[in-house]
Design a protein around this ligand. Sequence first.
Ligand code: TA6
Length: 307
Amino acid sequence: AASTDPEAGRDGDGAVLLRSPSGATARVSLHGGQVVSWKNDRGDELLFTSSKQAIMKPPKAMRGGIPICFPQFGNCGTLERHGFARNRMWALDEEHPGLSRSDSGSRSLVDLILKPSEEDQKSWPHSFEFRLRISLTKDGDLSLVSRIRNVNGKPFSFSFAYHTYLSVSDISEVRIEGLETLDYLDNLSQRERHTEQGDAITFESEVDRVYVSSPNVIAVLDHEKKRTFVIRKDGLPDTVVWNPWEKKAKTMADFGDEEYKQTLCVDAAAAERPITLRPGEEWTGRLELSAVPSTNCSDHLDQPGIM
Ligand code: TA6
């Protein structure tokens, strides 16, 4: 079995292990800077990962967890879908030792860094520094803070998403609150613009939409698990909602035919309009995920966005 090295807080695959005082845990792969597991203090896995993910070897990103889409979201550009950041090896950010250890010796945050390789600059000729801090709050909430600095001589533009695969009991039992009446771009029909109806969103077929200018707090309610995911974002105007459903699931080698029932992607994103950074400028995009018993989710929803 993969030996864990508590000292280094790394498991046999080199992933970084985070643990909050409340007992929640998270695993971060340096491949893609990807969160590949987030568990609550009872050890329940809150993120979906495909049973088929082993089929895809690096540099291909793992199907599940939270891949990071940068510098391009989806196919809106000339690069490979969702950009290259999710397919690259990231480094521990030594500048920010950031390895603050809680009293119990386990770490609750890690700082990673990505800089473009020469290869990357052939397809995307820009110099940047992407610093990513992943942490667990004392209550076990998962926080991701991305800071992208333009260390170039000229401006550049990018799009971005935290491609979050939530684990759900049964997709037909799930609904999203907070996107009602918003405009969305439908990726199933050439990004046609539509307006969402007035009710919470439920699922009965393939969905692939970019909800534009969405609120900074939305909720995903899983009736069967009596669990609500509260998603807070900052610096990311849009929310992408995706479920491949049955037909598309069958076309994906690294995704089980029935697995569309156990997951829903709800991504904090900058997808509609690219973000432009002038030389020396830095952008920050934050995501904070909480998983709370549905009984008291309204308390959480009333709280303002990320401080
Ligand atoms: O976020 C939605 C989306 O862009 C879909 O169009 C679908 O392609 C999904 O991402 C997964 O993309 P991937 O490249 O990981 O297969």
